[in-house]
Write a protein that binds this ligand. Structure first.
Ligand SMILES: *[C@@H]1O[C@H](CO)[C@@H](O)[C@H](O)[C@H]1NC(C)=O
Ligand SMILES: *[C@@H]1O[C@H](CO)[C@@H](O)[C@H](O)[C@H]1NC(C)=O
Length: 481
């Protein structure tokens, strides 16, 4: 009896310690102290530091879904260690995961300097964290590599491909002749969507982006981008295809997997190639001396991966975050959305992100030593990797903190705020992107996201559909008089 009670007591303690740890980081002061502690004492063991940082982010799962544990969504990580002054934060290095770091830029000034560098170098051999030569043929269709993500900013090929997109894909521009009317999926009513998001707020597992939101986004996205409608048979295949980069990242590769991936990609390549858009696109590519079908495959991959993203970073995640955000307090947020949908969408993207963490990795031009907020010194070497975290830059009080550069103000949701168009989620500042004559890019914004404007249009459409669902359900959402 006594022994049993003692053993149970030990069990309870073993369970209680991590629970206590996880719960206590919900208290803001404890959270900041915890981050400072980890950054000070675990910094010399990169994997341990990462695990401890992730543990401290577990409560964020209810804010951002399972991906919320990544140290890229919570600006308090930067704030805790004076990162807005030092401008940098160590980040896992895909080339040296166990012993070294790459230094991520996190202040607005530092991130902007990288995103706007006209000669920024990328590693053509690496797609996100994956060394592409080391995976079996088939994971990337012929003509897809290197993607726009991997090419140096001043690479003439990159410019040529972007210019082709800007010529053959008028739907990506800021002002377009016609925007497709929103078309719902027959089996997703506005009420279903509200119910789906309400559930996800309570139980944000196992997906970060629910199947319903992935389907609705993918369907809308393919209509806007390529003018084609995906069927109910194709949507699950698209979700499956977009799950594969995550597997590659975790090293789960095989010959059979490569073959299957090739088959999945082919469904969408063929579908777009057969469309009116695809025909025009390939003609324009050939006219420019390029291989039409290869350019088309590349575009389908890039847009599906970076624009939609499946249950990972991408436009669907940004949309999911917006819907969850609205659902947290419809009475407060629906009137704000209705007053100015564009400003609302932009502010949600600033604060919640959705696409990739930033531009990473890129190649350092110079060797530099930095002193972190904790007093530790770190050196980065020319030729090695660096990273950026856009969401952190989007909370920099120097730009978003109002007249007194206040952190709390930078962390508040204020649609239409001053400098709203200086967010770095679209790589280039929106303010600068608008200076370019077209989507190819220009000196003011040499390397920006091709989906900048299309994504905002799609989020607005899905947001309005969602609000229709809220209005149909019981909630009175208008502000009380
Ligand atoms: C990994 O990082 C450590 C610490 O910065 C460094 O000493 C080592 O040379 C790096 N290894 C490689 C392969 O870059
Ligand atoms: C985009 O603008 C640049 C600079 O004016 C121009 O050289 C290029 O031809 C334009 N591209 C398209 C597709 O209009």
């Amino acid at each position: 009896m006594g022994l049993c009670r003692c053993v149970c007591g030990v069990c309870a303690c073993l369970l209680a310690v991590p629970l206590l740890l996880i719960c206590s980081v919900c208290i803001p002061e404890v959270e900041l102290a915890y981050i400072r502690f980890v950054e000070t004492y675990a910094i010399s063991i990169p994997p341990l530091r990462l695990i401890l940082l992730i543990l401290g982010q577990v409560p964020r799962v209810w804010e951002h879904g399972p991906l919320g544990v990544g140290p890229v969504w919570n600006p308090r990580i930067v704030y805790a260690v004076n990162g807005y002054e030092t401008g940098i934060l160590p980040f896992p290095n895909p080339a040296n995961f166990t012993r070294g770091y790459m230094l991520a830029r996190v202040s607005h000034e530092q991130v902007r300097a990288v995103h706007h560098n006209p000669h920024l170098k990328r590693d053509a051999k690496r797609f996100i964290g994956v060394e592409t030569a080391k995976v079996p043929k088939g994971y990337f269709s012929e003509g897809v590599l290197p993607t726009l993500l991997q090419m140096n900013t001043d690479d003439p090929l990159r410019y040529a491909h972007r210019d082709l997109l800007s010529a053959a894909m008028p739907s990506i521009a800021e002002y377009v002749d016609s925007v497709p009317e929103f078309k719902p999926l027959p089996d997703i009513s506005p009420k279903d969507l509200v119910q789906d998001i309400s559930w996800h707020l309570k139980i944000p597992f196992p997906k970060t982006v629910s199947t319903m939101v992935q389907n609705l986004f993918a369907f809308t996205f393919y209509r806007h981008a390529f003018g084609v409608e995906l069927s109910n048979d194709e949507l699950p295949l698209l979700r499956e295809w977009l799950g594969i980069p995550g597997k590659l990242f975790l090293g789960m590769v095989s010959e059979a997997g490569a073959k299957h991936c090739r088959e999945l990609a082919k469904v969408f390549e063929d579908k777009v190639a057969a469309s009116e858009f695809g025909q025009r696109f390939m003609q324009e590519a050939e006219r420019r001396g390029m291989n039409g079908i290869e350019r088309l495959r590349k575009t389908v991959f890039e847009f599906s991966f970076a624009g939609f993203g499946g249950d990972g970073p991408g436009g669907a995640l940004a949309t999911m975050k917006m819907l969850r955000f609205i659902q947290k307090s419809p009475a407060k947020y629906v009137p704000l959305f209705q007053r100015d949908p564009e400003a609302f969408v932009l502010e949600v993207i600033r604060m919640q992100g959705g696409g990739g963490a930033g531009v990473n990795p890129w190649i350092l031009e110079a060797t530099q030593t930095f002193t972190l907020g904790t007093g530790n010194e770190v050196t980065e070497f020319a030729g090695n990797y660096g990273a950026t975290i856009a969401l952190h830059a989007n909370h920099d009080p120097a730009v978003f903190g109002g007249p007194s550069a206040d952190q709390q103000y930078a962390m508040s949701f204020i649609p239409g705020r001053e400098n709203a168009d200086r967010l770095l989620s679209f790589v280039g500042e929106l303010r600068e992107i608008r200076k370019c004559p077209n989507m190819t890019g220009c000196d003011a914004a040499p390397r920006f996201c091709l989906g900048t404007f299309m994504l905002q249009r799609i989020m607005k459409q899905i947001g309005l559909y969602y609000i229709q669902g809220l209005e149909e359900t019981h909630h009175p959402i208008r502000e009380e008089m």
